[in-house]
Design a protein around this ligand. Structure first.
Ligand SMILES: [Zn+2]
Length: 183
């Protein structure tokens, strides 16, 4: 009995660490007080991926400066992923974040913010998302798809083609293929 207990504990710890590292994505809370509307019981059917960066100066990947821009324009996404692949929660999923703007889904519906979760990658027109960002995005999208009946995973440019070109410099087809395989 005395010998068995440490083994049980060891296996329980192994199991826990496996679930933690693969099943659950670590999300840092960085809630904003702008760019969203509190709501109850909305249907999440869509995930929209964006790119954003600080355009004010050379410090283009500084998340605080990116959020300062969001505040200025009264916009936000639910999540933002920095260059190291760390994901920050800006708005709770139950609330409507203002990230899509005037846009339309492939099935013709507008009012995309109401139906979607927005995810921003920090990268500019002249660079690609990092491998760490893509890995985190894959995990986050997979995890969201496991919790809602998601009809579409789309780029901002897919729903607002005349206004928007983001996410920039991302191999979208490869990403979508991977999201359809991952569980
Ligand atoms: Zn966008």
């Amino acid at each position: 009995m005395k010998l068995i207990m440490p083994f049980k504990l060891f296996f329980a710890l192994c199991l826990f660490s496996t679930i933690y590292s693969f099943g659950q994505l670590k999300i840092e809370d960085l809630k904003v007080n702008y760019g969203y509307r509190i709501t109850q019981n909305r249907n999440v059917e869509v995930i929209i991926v964006h790119s954003t960066y600080n355009i004010q100066n050379d410090d283009k990947y500084n998340i605080d400066l990116v959020l300062k821009q969001f505040k200025l324009y009264k916009v936000s996404s639910h999540y933002i992923i920095d260059r190291e692949g760390i994901v920050y929660r800006l708005v709770d999923e139950k609330n409507i974040a203002f990230h899509a703007g005037k846009s339309r889904l492939p099935d013709g519906r507008t009012g995309v913010n109401q139906l979607s979760i927005g995810i921003e990658l920090i990268n500019s027109h002249t660079d690609s998302p990092t491998e760490l960002q893509i890995q985190t995005l894959l995990k986050l999208v997979t995890e969201i798809k496991n919790r809602y009946k998601i009809k579409y995973v789309l780029r901002h440019s897919d729903i607002a083609p005349t206004r928007k070109t983001d996410p920039w410099n991302m191999n979208w087809e490869d990403f979508i293929t991977k999201t359809s395989i991952m569980k």
